[in-house]
Structure formats: structure tokens, C-alpha cells
Design a protein around this ligand. Structure first.
Ligand code: HEC
Ligand code: HEC
Ligand code: HEC
Ligand code: HEC
Ligand code: HEC
Length: 379
């Protein structure tokens, strides 16, 4: 109460009560303070950081209603394994910015958190010098990059697929195998390319490393406004000629066999991704004999269609997850999902995206009896 009184006293006080002696009646005329000079209407009041706040507020980082921030509401707290990236509080806990040990979420982490200001504006970020990726890569960072790279790195990598399928015959379905999901918005994983090793890498193949691009666009925030999160397209036009980011192309050859170089490189990636998904279906159907259906709106995305009628099987009203993975279909589906889960793949690392797709297509071409020459793809 004494503390409150102190606040009320700041300014010319119209009605002052003594908290020690206040009677009920006096308390009703509870004190409020009027500043000596204006502004007196909300519109006249300048709020510090107004622009940053309103930009951020409209971004998906602030969208408390999205699944990414409300998924745990019914549980009452966010699980430690999820909290690092699904709440500012969890992020600070993981990095030890809240005074607890770094590298672990000690929890419990409250529901309702978003990527708040203190996730990126935090003096402690300066002390974070490296970020560990799901592949095991430890990547050096400076400043706010530590935040983006923590949350946009995905949750699994090609090594997890290699481990799960180790020692198994390539084309033998194994009901123990489950789809391995790279997770979502995995921009940083794509960006670091072969060096980051997010994808399933094939023996004997080289993979392009981090996409250094060009100096003015070498970091997350040089392309993304950090509050709106939108890509600032104007600056791209200093070096590129295009109407939209998706239309940008430097490559003079076609990667998808279409021969069309009038479209953005995003188109080659998209077409090869479509080819790959088609081959995963054909392979499951013709080679494994257990048709699969992909539904991007429902985890775990790949479902069973045992009778091949094009409709997802259900058991007790729920869709049946695909359970006839072979090492070959699992690793190609992983690479497909990794590339397509990043809507900015063409800007984050076009070469690496194309390489993962090409190698996965080649992997499936053998059992399907498809001649790679006929597809006319470029790696
Ligand atoms: C390394 C950081 C990270 C971790 C750890 C993490 N997530 Fe996520 N997750 C993300 C990001 C980033 C997104 C945002 C994707 C988007 O919507 O653009 C996301 C999105 C989601 C979504 C929304 C999916 C959709 O389709 O939009 C769900 C559900 C989710 N995560 C569940 C989980 C669960 C459950 C865990 C813990 C077992 C977890 N996440 C751990 C980074 C992470
Ligand atoms: C995802 C990370 C992130 C979040 C969340 C974030 N900021 Fe920022 N903010 C940045 C970065 C990065 C810069 C530096 C921009 C630059 O150098 O151009 C910045 C710059 C600023 C600036 C300097 C002026 C400007 O707009 O560039 C202000 C003020 C600011 N932020 C306030 C806020 C406030 C208030 C919030 C919460 C409502 C917030 N920020 C949330 C990353 C973030
Ligand atoms: C604490 C974890 C966290 C940090 C730190 C973080 N993000 Fe995010 N980011 C997320 C989640 C979660 C989502 C998805 C939110 C949703 O679905 O509403 C997201 C969404 C995005 C999006 C997608 C916007 C859209 O329209 O869907 C972009 C772009 C993005 N973040 C860029 C960045 C950049 C750049 C940084 C660093 C300056 C950063 N993020 C830092 C967790 C994080
Ligand atoms: C060369 C510019 C560039 C750089 C550098 C860059 N991005 Fe992007 N990013 C894009 C483009 C272009 C898109 C796709 C267009 C869009 O979604 O707005 C995109 C999309 C995204 C998305 C998905 C947005 C959505 O709609 O779901 C996320 C998340 C993201 N970027 C995060 C990052 C992070 C984190 C970094 C740093 C590791 C980064 N980006 C670096 C250009 C860039
Ligand atoms: C300073 C010049 C410069 C700016 C600014 C720039 N780029 Fe680039 N961009 C390049 C160069 C150079 C390459 C080729 C890099 C390479 O292949 O190593 C490239 C390649 C690309 C590619 C791959 C094209 C292909 O065919 O492989 C995409 C996509 C791209 N840039 C998107 C963007 C976006 C989106 C922006 C703005 C956010 C942007 N760039 C800003 C110089 C620039």
C-alpha cells in the first residue's frame, strides 16, 4: 500500500488519503494523479518504440492464438522439450538468461508466451557465442543471430534418419520406423546447407555449404525486417531484376528438366520437389506394395491407404499413420519435407535444396526403374 501511495504522489494530487487512517468513505475518493501538462488524449501521447511494437504485434511472433503458441494451453505448461522455441520465457531459460543454468530448460514454462521483445533485446545474448544444431554442428554466432538460429534450426537432421535406418535393408518395410519430421520454419538449417547437415546426405556426394549470398544480405535480418518479419524486397532490386522474390533467378541452366529459365529458381525447386513426392508415392505403391497419402495439414503427414483407393485409412475415427516405411522411403521423405517445410528455401540456400532433391530422386529412380537421363535434371 505504501508503494502505491508513492506512485499516486507523483504529480499534483487532487485527493490524498492517508493509508494509515483512511476510512472506507475516504478510500472511495481514491487518489489519482493528473500530469501538470499534456498530452491529455491517447492520440497525442508518444510511446517509445511505437513503430517496433506495432510492427511486432502484427507479426506471427506475436500471434498468441497460433498453434505454435497455444498448442500446450490444455496442459497448463509448455513441456521443456518444446519451450525453448515456443515462448520467450522458455528461450531465456534455455540460454540461462534468467539466471538458471544454460543449455537446459529447467521449467516449468507458462503457457501464453510468444516471441516477446526480451527474446531478441536481451543483454545476455552477447554472451552466447555458439548454437548447437540437431546435426550436432556447433555454429559460432554473434548478437541477435543467436536468437533466430536457436528457434529456426528444426528439431531433427539427416543423422537421425541414418541412425533409425542403420543396418536395415533399403527396400524392406519396417513397422518400427516412423516418419521423422524435421519440424517447421527451418530457415537456419537450410541456410547453413551441407555444413549444417540438416538433410539426409548420401555417401560419396558433396553438398553446397552455407549460402553466403552477397555481403549486404548475409544475415537473417538483412532480408527480414525483424519486427514485421517480412522480406524487404526493395533492396533485392539493387542486384536482381524481378517482380517478386520467387521470380529471382541467377542460374542460366534449368534444374528441373523443363528447360525454362524465364522463371525464378524457386520454380525449379518446387517442380523437383513435386517430382520427388510423386516418386515416393509410386515407390510405396509399386515397390513396397503399401500406398501412402500425404496430407500437409495433419501430423504425421504421411498416412496409410492400404487398399489404394486414394482415401486415408481410419481406425476408430482417426487417420492411420503410415507404417510401411523402408529406409529408402523414410530418407527421401525426410529430405522432401525438409526442403518444402521452408517457404524461403530458394533464398536461404537454392543449391543445397536442389542437391537434396536430386539425390533423393536418384535414390528412388533405381527401384522404380527410371533412367535419370530421361528426367534431364541437373544437380
Ligand atoms: C528448435 C526450436 C523448436 C523446438 C525445440 C520445438 N519447436 Fe515447434 N516450432 C518451431 C518453429 C520455429 C515453429 C513455427 C513454424 C511456423 O508456424 O511457421 C514451430 C511450430 C510448431 C507447431 C505448429 C505447426 C504448424 O503446422 O504450424 C507445433 C504444433 C509445434 N511446433 C509443436 C512442437 C512440439 C510439440 C515441440 C516439443 C516436443 C516443439 N514444437 C519443439 C520450433 C521449435
Ligand atoms: C525476433 C527478434 C526481435 C523481437 C522479438 C523484437 N525485436 Fe526489436 N529489433 C530486433 C533487431 C534485430 C533490431 C535491430 C534492427 C536493425 O539493426 O536494423 C531491432 C531493433 C529495435 C529497435 C530500434 C529501432 C528499429 O525499429 O529498428 C527498437 C526500438 C526495438 N527493436 C524495439 C522492440 C520492441 C519494443 C519489441 C517488442 C514489442 C521488439 N523490438 C521485439 C529484433 C527483435
Ligand atoms: C523463441 C523462438 C524464436 C525466435 C528467437 C525467433 N523466432 Fe521466428 N518464429 C518462431 C515461431 C514459433 C514462429 C511461428 C509463429 C506462428 O506460427 O505464429 C516464427 C515465425 C517466423 C517467421 C515467419 C513469419 C510468417 O509470416 O509466418 C519468420 C520470417 C521468422 N520467424 C524469422 C525470425 C528471425 C529473423 C528471427 C531472429 C531475428 C527469429 N525469427 C527469431 C520462433 C522464433
Ligand atoms: C537473401 C534473403 C534472406 C535471408 C538472408 C534470409 N531469408 Fe528467410 N526468407 C527469405 C525469403 C525470400 C522468404 C520467402 C518469402 C516469405 O515467406 O516472405 C523467406 C522465408 C522465411 C521464413 C518462412 C516464412 C513463412 O512465410 O513461413 C522464415 C521462418 C525465415 N525466412 C527465417 C529466416 C531466418 C531465421 C534467416 C537467417 C538464418 C533467414 N530467414 C535468412 C529471404 C531471406
Ligand atoms: C548485393 C547484391 C545482392 C542483393 C542485395 C541480393 N542478392 Fe540475391 N544474389 C546475389 C548474387 C551475387 C547471387 C548469386 C550467389 C551465388 O550463387 O553464390 C544471388 C542469388 C540469389 C538467389 C538464387 C538465384 C539462383 O538462380 O540461384 C536468390 C533466390 C536470391 N539471390 C534472392 C535474393 C533476395 C530475396 C534478395 C533481397 C532480400 C536478394 N537476393 C538480394 C546478389 C544479391
Amino acid at each position: 500500500m505504501a508503494g502505491l501511495t508513492a506512485i499516486f504522489l507523483a504529480g499534483p494530487v487532487l485527493t490524498q488519503t492517508d493509508p494509515g487512517t483512511a476510512s472506507g468513505e475516504e478510500e472511495e475518493a481514491i487518489p489519482f494523479a493528473l500530469p501538470q501538462s499534456g498530452p491529455f488524449t491517447p492520440a497525442e501521447i508518444e510511446i517509445d518504440n511505437d513503430q517496433a511494437i506495432s510492427d511486432w504485434f502484427r507479426s506471427s511472433h506475436a500471434n498468441a492464438a497460433s498453434d505454435a503458441f497455444s498448442h500446450w494451453d490444455d496442459d497448463g505448461e509448455i513441456r521443456a522439450a518444446c519451450a525453448t522455441c515456443h515462448s520467450g520465457e522458455g528461450f531465456r531459460d534455455f540460454h540461462g538468461l534468467d539466471g538458471t543454468p544454460a543449455g537446459v530448460v529447467d521449467g516449468p514454462i507458462n503457457v501464453g508466451g510468444v516471441v516477446d521483445c526480451g527474446t531478441c533485446h536481451n543483454a545476455g545474448l552477447a554472451d552466447i557465442t555458439e548454437i548447437t544444431f540437431p546435426s550436432g554442428l556447433v555454429h559460432p554466432v554473434t548478437g541477435v543471430e543467436a536468437s533466430c538460429l536457436t528457434c529456426h534450426q528444426g528439431r531433427s537432421a539427416g543423422i537421425d534418419v541414418a541412425e533409425a535406418t542403420s543396418g536395415l535393408a533399403d527396400d524392406e518395410p519396417n513397422s518400427e520406423l516412423r516418419f521423422i519430421n524435421p519440424h517447421y520454419a527451418t530457415a537456419a538449417a537450410t541456410w547453413l546447407g551441407g555444413y549444417g547437415a540438416a538433410g539426409y546426405h548420401y555417401d560419396g556426394q558433396d553438398y553446397s555449404g552455407r549460402f553466403f549470398h552477397a555481403r549486404p544480405v548475409a544475415s537473417c535480418n538483412s532480408c527480414h525486417e525483424p519486427h514485421t518479419l517480412e522480406v524487404e524486397f526493395e533492396p533485392c532490386l539493387t542486384c536482381h531484376l524481378a517482380d517478386r522474390p520467387e521470380d529471382i533467378r541467377i542460374a542460366r541452366q534449368s534444374y528441373d528438366g523443363s528447360g525454362d529459365t524465364s522463371v525464378g529458381i524457386s520454380s525449379d525447386i518446387e517442380r523437383n520437389a513435386d517430382t520427388l513426392l510423386g516418386m515416393i508415392r509410386d515407390y510405396s505403391d509399386e515397390v513396397v506394395g503399401a500406398p501412402v497419402i500425404y496430407d500437409g495439414t495433419r501430423f504425421p503427414y504421411f498416412f496409410s491407404d492400404a487398399n489404394g483407393d486414394g482415401v486415408i485409412d481410419t481406425a476408430e475415427g482417426s487417420p492411420v499413420a503410415y507404417q510401411s516405411w523402408t529406409p529408402r522411403s523414410l530418407r527421401t521423405a525426410f529430405n522432401w519435407k525438409l526442403v518444402t517445410a521452408d517457404p524461403g528455401n530458394y533464398a536461404h540456400n537454392p543449391q543445397y535444396s536442389l542437391e537434396l532433391l536430386y539425390d533423393s530422386i536418384m535414390d528412388l529412380s533405381a527401384p522404380l526403374g527410371i533412367d535419370m537421363e530421361d528426367l534431364q535434371l541437373l544437380r
